[in-house]
Write a protein that binds this ligand. Structure first.
Ligand SMILES: C=C(O[C@@H]1C=C(C(=O)O)C=C[C@H]1O)C(=O)O
Length: 200
């Protein structure tokens, strides 16, 4: 039996898991801001910066913090990706991947939800470290090595649980990119919580 897709720490249960705002929503992905219909800077406001920032997203968030930044693992483990994720990665949807879901928190508040799909091909040799990141940010691993190249940043529009009603604290927009090395690729999705860009 493969290990379950479980929460990493019992202390996460209750404080975080039960909050419906902090669940990664189904999302439609587009090749660019314009393709997602987010052309108008008046509408998008400061979220535009976060949807397009290059380099380490962790680093950009750390720069935004007044006091502290931390990564909270919501759950991680071997499980199957969605069909759409498997297609994007070019792997079989039946093949399990290491899937990591975290909350990136600034000044003690979740600002971003992230989901990373790491196919088995990434988990050999040096890549075995990806199984043991825990609360260390993935970005520190990816950006410490020149082997990983980021592909284009996609824009995501998150589905609302109830059509027409305000999303009230849930992620509405997201970004996603493939990181590739010579032999494998992983997929990182970052879902912005409104508190991040409404305070900018
Ligand atoms: C990819 C990066 O890593 C960040 C850290 C993550 C994690 O620890 O799981 C996930 C997404 C990120 O935004 C980054 O910093 O750019």
């Amino acid at each position: 039996m493969p290990p379950e897709f479980t929460r990493s720490k019992a202390s996460d249960i209750g404080t975080l898991t039960d909050n419906p705002h902090l669940v990664i929503p189904p999302t439609d992905w587009y090749q660019s801001l314009a393709a997602a219909g987010l052309r108008n800077p008046e509408v998008l406001g400061p979220a535009r910066y976060w949807l397009q920032v290059e380099g380490s997203f962790t680093r950009a968030l750390q720069n935004r913090c007044t006091s502290s930044f931390h990564v909270e693992v919501h759950r991680e483990g071997f499980t199957t990706p969605t069909l759409e994720e498997a297609r994007r990665l070019g792997v079989s949807p039946r093949q399990q991947a290491w899937i990591r879901e975290v909350r990136l928190c600034g000044d003690g508040t979740p600002w971003v939800l992230a989901r990373t799909v790491i196919p088995l091909a990434c988990l050999t040799g040096e890549g075995r470290r990806l199984l043991h990141l825990g609360n260390k940010p993935l970005g520190a691993y990816l950006f410490s090595s020149r082997n990983w190249q980021r592909g284009p940043i996609e824009t995501g529009l998150c589905h609302r649980p109830n059509r027409g009603r305000p999303a009230s604290g849930r992620p509405e927009i997201a970004r996603r990119s493939l990181f590739s090395n010579k032999k494998s690729a992983l997929l990182v999705g970052e879902y912005l919580l409104p508190v991040l860009y409404r305070q900018s």
